[in-house]
Design a protein around this ligand. Sequence first.
Ligand SMILES: Nc1ncnc2c1ncn2[C@@H]1O[C@H](COP(=O)(O)OP(=O)(O)OP(=O)(O)O)[C@@H](O)[C@H]1O
Length: 312
Amino acid sequence: MISLRGLTKRYGGTLAVDDLTFDIQTGRVTGFLGPNGAGKSTTMRMILGLDHPTRGRALIAGRPYADLRRPLRAVGAMLDARAVHPARSGRTHLVAQARANGIPVRRVDEVLETVGLTKAARRPAGTYSLGMSGRLGVAGALLGDPPVLILDEPVNGLDPDGVRWIRRLVRDQAAEGRTVFLSSHLMSEMQLTADHLVIIGRGRLLSDTSMTDFLAAASPASARASVPDPEQRATLVRRLMAIDGVSVETSADGELTVEGSTAAEVGDLAHHCGVRLHGLSDIRVSLEQAYMDLTARSVEYATGGTAERGRQ
Ligand SMILES: Nc1ncnc2c1ncn2[C@@H]1O[C@H](COP(=O)(O)OP(=O)(O)OP(=O)(O)O)[C@@H](O)[C@H]1O
């Protein structure tokens, strides 16, 4: 587990991280979200002892990073995929890390295989594409087989196959009981990957909640269903419209969109009226929409509509 207590970082006049208190639990993937400049990288850097907090603390399994005896065995991290000497091969880079942490060299070949870099392992890292550099960064994070993984934008530069690979990898790591903390601006991907969300804006905690609860709270009760029989459709629409706060839109092909009512309520009413339904489901907002609504007021570098909404 990772624990943050009152974690704060000030750079001159910039309050980059402002009094963050939350826990990142084991056995699940926690997504770390926030607009550009919100303080995600600074927070990760402080957890990893690369930046000193102005106030507060960050602990990994109860200890500050600096007190970990074999850090790579306790926590694996990828903050900047390009932070590798360009003339060194990927393999040489990992061997140096392994030796410094008492990790057997055979583990290097294992992780190179895991991330799909075996063929490119002996090429200078400077010749790697962004996606390959990301894979090397992930290999470094996995080297010590650590119980905690911290990955800053791991899908950056990856092709669709690589994106799915990262998703499966981090989900497997969490299923094995590890703590996985990762940031990304790709909301659709985060929705598929994370169990839990921590969202910050301008350095402050905006939300610390499960993905399910976050999406449910952002979704007003609404449902969609098809009614194949036109007479039954008219009956159901009439009955729904008679309920206070419920509105119904009917598409050209007979699909109903019901605002103000859940799928369960629509299904119960249809059953009561003897109406046959197809494809009944709740309408949930996407993570992207829920996130945009939450962060609209804390967007630092916004454009167009988002900035307008931020001022409301
Ligand atoms: N070394 C530094 N010196 C001065 N200011 C810094 C430094 N590092 C970060 N900042 C500032 O701290 C704030 C938070 O930056 P940070 O990189 O942590 O945000 P982020 O959420 O990771 O952003 P992004 O999504 O763009 O990567 C920004 O205003 C940034 O300019």
